[in-house]
Design a protein around this ligand. Structure first.
Ligand SMILES: Cc1cc2nc3c(=O)[nH]c(=O)nc-3n(C[C@H](O)[C@H](O)[C@H](O)COP(=O)(O)OP(=O)(O)OC[C@H]3O[C@@H](n4cnc5c(N)ncnc54)[C@H](O)[C@@H]3O)c2cc1C
Length: 399
C-alpha cells in the first residue's frame, strides 16, 4: 500500500512523464545558465502550463494547481529529482514561500500587484533577511531599519544571501521598525519593488565556486533611504517574526520535499553503479561497506519520507507543526548530504565529474544544513520544546 492516495499518485505520474520528456534531456542545457538556457526554460514553462502542471505549491484561488502540503510532498518526489524542475513548474524557492505568505497575509491590493504576477511566473522575487554583520540564526540581532515618515517607510540596511535578487521584481524585506519593542515585536516585513531608488543589488556572492545568474544567485543587497508606501507593509507592523515563522515553516518543508527527490535519485545512481562496476573479483555491490551504505541510505530515506508525510499532514490539518518541521529539517539535510556523498564515493572519480548529476547535487546540498536555519538551531528548537513540555509535567507524546 502506498503512503499517498491514488489520485495523488496519478498526478505524480503526470509529473514523472513530463520530467522524462522535457526536464532530464535538457538538464545540462539549463545548467549552462546562458541566454539559450533562459529561452529553453521559458519554452519548458509554457509546456508545463499547457499540461496543467503549473504552480502546484499554491491553490487555484492563488493562481496555482495545488491541493495542500501532502499533495505537494507527493509531487516533489518527482519534481525534486532535478535541481531545475522547480523553475520549470513555477514553484521555485524563494518565490514559493513568498507566494505562500502573500496569499495568507497580503491585502487585496498586494495580491493583485505582487502575488498574481509572481504565481503566473511573470516575475521573480527575493526574501531579504540575513545580514553579513550579525548572526542570521538569531533574527533579534538584525540591524536593517525601517522608519515611518508620514505615509512612507524609509528603509536602510545591508543584506546578503538574498537568493534570486539578480533580476527579481521585488523583495520581502525583514526590517526593524521598533527597536524598543519586546524583541519579537521589533520587526516588520515590507514589500519593496527592486526598481525603487536606493535599492542596490551589489553583487551575486559566489557560493562554493558558483556565482550563478538570475534565480541561482545569492546576492548582497544595500538599501539606502529606500522609500515605499506604508501600504506595502505585509501583515501588520511588528509582525515580522510571526510572519517569518509562517514563511519559513512551509519554505522548510518545501525544501525537504525536494530533497526527497534528490536523495532518491542519488540512491538509484548508487545502486545501479554498485551492480555494474567490478573490482577485486566481483561487483561493488558484493562489498559489505557498499551494502551498508545502501541499507543505511534506504532506511534513512524512508524515515525522511515518513517524517515529511507526518509534518505535511499536520500542516494540512491546521497545525504549525513546529517540532515536526524542525526535526525533519535537520534530519533530512544530514541524510541528503550523506546519501549524495555515499553515491559519489561508489562512483569513484566519475562521481566528481559532470557525467553524473551527483557533483552538482552535492554542491547544492551542502547549503541545506545552513539555509532556513542551521542544523544546530533546529535541534535547539526541538529539544527546548520537548524539554519544556516535560518541565510542565506534560511529557511528550509521539503523535
Ligand atoms: C544557499 C543559501 C541560500 C540562502 N538564501 C537566503 C535567502 O534567500 N534570504 C535570506 O534572508 N537568507 C538566506 N540564506 C541565509 C541563511 O538563512 C543563513 O545563512 C542562516 O540563517 C544562518 O545565518 P548565518 O549564516 O548568519 O550563520 P550564524 O547565525 O552566524 O551561525 C553560524 C553557525 O553558528 C552555529 N550556531 C548558531 N546558533 C547556534 C546555536 N543556538 N547552537 C549551536 N550552534 C549554533 C551554527 O553551526 C551556524 O551554522 C541562505 C543561505 C544559504 C547557504
Amino acid at each position: 500500500m502506498s503512503l499517498f492516495p491514488p489520485e495523488y499518485l496519478d498526478a505524480r505520474a503526470r509529473y514523472r512523464a513530463f520530467m522524462v520528456e522535457h526536464v532530464y534531456p535538457n538538464e545540462a542545457a539549463i545548467g549552462r545558465e546562458d541566454d539559450d538556457s533562459q529561452t529553453l526554460l521559458e519554452e519548458l514553462r509554457g509546456h508545463a502550463r499547457e499540461a496543467g502542471l503549473w504552480a502546484p505549491h499554491v491553490p487555484p484561488e492563488a493562481g496555482g494547481t495545488g491541493l495542500g502540503f501532502l499533495y505537494y510532498a507527493c509531487l516533489n518526489e518527482e519534481i525534486g529529482r532535478s535541481a531545475y524542475s522547480q523553475l520549470v513548474f513555477g514553484c521555485q524557492a524563494p518565490d514559493a514561500g513568498n507566494a505562500e505568505i502573500l496569499h495568507l497575509f497580503g491585502t487585496e491590493d498586494q495580491k493583485e500587484r505582487f502575488l498574481r504576477p509572481l504565481v503566473a511566473g511573470d516575475v521573480r522575487s527575493f526574501f531579504s533577511m540575513t545580514e553579513p554583520e550579525v548572526a542570521g540564526s538569531d533574527p533579534t540581532l538584525l540591524r536593517t531599519r525601517a522608519v515611518r515618515d508620514g505615509e512612507e517607510w524609509v528603509v536602510d540596511g545591508h543584506k546578503w544571501f538574498s537568493s534570486g535578487a539578480d533580476g527579481a521584481a521585488f523583495a520581502i524585506v525583514f526590517a526593524i521598525s521598533d527597536p524598543d519593542a519586546e524583541p519579537h515585536r521589533r520587526g516588520t516585513m515590507i514589500l519593496v519593488p527592486a526598481d525603487t531608488a536606493g535599492v542596490e543589488v551589489v553583487r551575486p556572492v559566489p557560493v562554493m565556486g558558483h556565482t550563478g545568474r538570475g534565480w541561482s544567485t545569492h546576492c548582497e543587497v544595500r538599501y539606502t533611504g529606500v522609500r515605499v508606501p506604508v501600504a506595502n507593509t505585509l501583515g501588520g507592523e511588528g509582525d515580522a517574526f510571526r510572519l517569518a515563522q509562517k514563511r519559513l515553516g512551509p519554505g522548510r518543508i518545501h525544501h525537504v520535499m525536494r530533497w526527497l527527490g534528490q536523495m532518491q535519485r542519488a540512491f538509484e545512481l548508487m545502486c545501479r553503479y554498485a551492480n555494474e562496476r567490478e573490482a577485486f573479483g566481483g561487483p561493488l555491490a558484493g562489498k559489505q561497506t557498499v551494502q551498508n551504505w545502501v541499507a543505511d541510505s534506504a532506511a534513512e530515506i524512508q524515515a525522511c519520507r515518513l517524517l515529511t508525510m507526518d509534518a505535511a499532514g499536520k500542516i494540512d490539518g491546521g497545525s504549525e507543526a513546529r517540532v515536526e518541521v524542525s526535526l525533519l529539517k535537520f534530519y533530512a539535510a544530514r541524510v541528503l548530504c550523506d546519501v549524495i556523498d555515499r553515491a559519489i564515493q561508489v562512483h569513484g572519480a566519475r562521481g566528481l565529474t559532470d557525467e553524473t548529476p551527483l557533483a552538482v547535487m552535492s554542491m547544492m546540498a551542502r547549503g541545506a544544513r545552513i539555509y532556513d536555519g542551521p542544523d544546530e538551531v533546529h535541534r535547539m528548537v526541538v529539544a527546548r520544546r520537548i524539554l519544556r513540555s516535560f518541565a510542565d509535567g506534560d511529557g511528550w507524546t509521539f503523535s
